[in-house]
Write a protein of this length. Structure first.
Ligand SMILES: Nc1ncnc2c1ncn2[C@@H]1O[C@H](COP(=O)(O)OP(=O)(O)OP(=O)(O)O)[C@@H](O)[C@H]1O
Ligand SMILES: [Mg+2]
Length: 254
């Protein structure tokens, strides 16, 4: 059974914009799937539909064999707990320590009062420190999150997502705010989490050079439709022009 099945998914926003047009694909366990396409092609809409931050207009989402397209309440909460999310802007709480930010990823398994009072079970502390070690940043556990560099903050955000022990990690342009060297640093940790922890990853990316280095498979969106599906190596110059347009020139990030 595939981890995720997207069937004829469409999204029309209330203002009439059709952001996804009958998108279908399957994600197997252990894949590192990159989603590419021009700005506005529907990449973020797709990720937000998958974790049900926005409601698809039609089509279905099947996760781990269960149709999650219309689940609500507790079922939706349980579904979301299996999916970690990482954003371009990290979304840390700057005045909190790195460790506190990571612990917030365990909300769901902690009551609101306990989290306000900073009362976390010792095993969650141990887990948070271990996750900080995974992203190579355990020595920063007790500094304020806003004192870290962008790349370090994104690694904290990854450690926070790992607190859910997610089956699937969704990353929406996780390195778009970072310089090239730092981008590779963050992507390498995502690769490690994918291979060593067996976490399936779907990652929106702008740079094909990163796709080629880290993804096991790619889908390309254009005007909300899938126009390419295959391995990174299969994206020839002709495909590149088809996906990004004739005027596009590939910029490499090394
Ligand atoms: N909340 C919204 N209401 C109306 N239209 C929206 C909304 N969010 C996105 N759109 C539109 O839907 C289309 C797809 O947007 P989306 O953000 O999914 O693209 P994207 O591929 O993630 O782009 P980028 O690379 O710039 O992040 C665009 O035309 C966008 O303007
Ligand atoms: Mg986007």
């Amino acid at each position: 059974m595939a981890l995720l099945e997207i069937n004829a998914l469409s999204k029309v926003y209330p203002n009439g914009t059709q952001a996804l047009r009958s998108v279908s694909f399957t994600v197997e366990r252990g894949e590192f799937l990159a989603v590419i396409g021009l700005s506005g092609s529907g990449k973020s809409t797709l990720l937000r539909c998958i974790n049900r931050l926005i409601e698809p207009t039609s089509g279905s989402i099947v996760f781990d064999g269960a149709d999650v397209t219309h689940i609500k309440g507790d079922a939706l909460r349980r579904y979301r707990q299996q999916i970690g999310m990482i954003f371009q802007q990290f979304n840390l709480i700057g005045r909190y320590s790195v460790l506190q930010n990571v612990l917030m990823g365990a909300l769901g398994s902690v009551t609101t009062l306990d989290s306000i009072l900073g009362r976390y079970r010792p095993e969650l502390h141990t887990m948070a420190l271990r996750n900080l070690e995974i992203v190579g940043i355990a020595d920063k556990a007790h500094v304020r999150a806003d004192s870290l560099s962008g790349g370090q903050q994104q690694r904290v955000a990854i450690a926070r997502a790992l607190m859910q022990e997610p089956k699937l990690l969704l990353a929406d342009e996780p390195v778009a705010s970072l310089d090239p060297a730092t981008s590779h640093g963050v992507m390498r940790y995502l690769g490690y989490i994918n291979r060593q922890l067996g976490c399936t990853i779907i990652c929106n990316l702008h740079f094909l050079s990163l796709v080629r280095e880290y993804a096991s498979r790619v889908i390309a969106l254009k005007y909300g439709q899938i126009v390419f599906e295959g391995s990174p190596a299969e994206i020839t110059d002709d495909w590149f022009r088809h996906i990004y347009g004739d005027e596009a020139v590939e910029v490499e990030i090394r």
